[in-house]
Design a protein around this ligand. Structure first.
Ligand SMILES: *[C@@H]1O[C@H](CO)[C@@H](O)[C@H](O)[C@H]1NC(C)=O
Ligand SMILES: *[C@@H]1O[C@H](CO)[C@@H](O)[C@H](O)[C@H]1NC(C)=O
Length: 227
């Protein structure tokens, strides 16, 4: 099973950071300018990390009770100068196929939005003591990488194989994640005969740290209801 999980995500190894991405990053300098006006923040006060792209902000509400080290790692990036996030992009966006979950059908395509944080110096280790599954609207790191994905459907088929570390705000799933293009893409079929899709035009993003008081009250109410 583990080999299968790895096979589903290895394609990313082929997708190095390239000069074209840097040019695109520069085009979105306004976000970096905003970043610079914020002071360096204490990592402990970072309640959420926002992924800022031309499609809008995707706020990841950090769940330190799920994966404290992964949360610390991304909070530290967002709290300091690494938030400019050179080379960070979404490079894979596989739609939710019809009949998802019916009769055990779980892709392809695989219903996820995947991105990378190449500037993260300490790769995130496997960390999922509660064996939480990736669900629609949760974000998970892929073990021993600086790459993560957001489930756009429930992925109970993968069990607790990923480091689930954050919840995407419900409004951002609707207003931003659902509008990120799934095309153009290229297929990649690996030695397990698993076909995955990779965006041919990665979408750059930068990071912004958010404190609890900068989050919409609705997100916090949901949180209290859940805990
Ligand atoms: C990718 O593979 C699927 C399934 O084989 C196929 O339907 C689709 O046309 C392919 N897309 C591209 C862009 O090659
Ligand atoms: C690989 O997968 C495709 C589509 O799922 C299938 O048609 C083909 O027979 C498979 N090839 C092998 C060698 O299993």
């Amino acid at each position: 099973m583990r080999a299968f999980h790895v096979a589903l995500f290895v394609g990313l190894a082929n997708l190095g950071f390239c000069a074209g991405d840097l040019a695109r990053q520069d085009a979105f300098i306004t976000y970096s300018e905003v970043s610079r006006t914020k002071n360096e923040r204490n990592t402990a006060t970072v309640a959420a990390v926002s992924l800022m792209s031309t499609y809008g902000q995707i706020r990841l509400h950090l769940r330190r009770d799920w994966a404290p080290q992964a949360c610390e790692a991304i909070a530290a990036m967002a709290a300091g100068s690494l938030r400019a996030c050179a080379g960070c992009s979404f490079y894979r966006n596989e739609p939710v196929p019809q009949n998802w979950g019916l009769n055990g059908f779980n892709g392809p395509p695989y219903a996820l939005l995947q991105g990378g944080l190449p500037g993260m110096t300490n790769k995130v280790k496997m960390e999922n003591p509660k064996m939480l599954p990736v669900l629609r609207g949760t974000a998970a790191f892929i073990a021993d990488t600086s790459d993560f994905f957001i489930g756009t459907a429930d992925h109970r088929e993968w069990g607790g194989a990923f480091t689930v570390f954050a919840e995407v705000l419900v409004e951002d799933m609707a207003a931003v994640v659902s509008h990120i293009p799934v095309e153009p893409y290229r297929n990649s079929t690996d030695s397990f005969n698993i076909t995955t899709r990779w965006l041919t035009q990665p979408i750059p993003f930068t990071l912004e740290p958010l404190r609890l008081d900068e989050m919409p009250a609705s997100a916090l109410l949901r949180d209290e209801a859940a805990s």
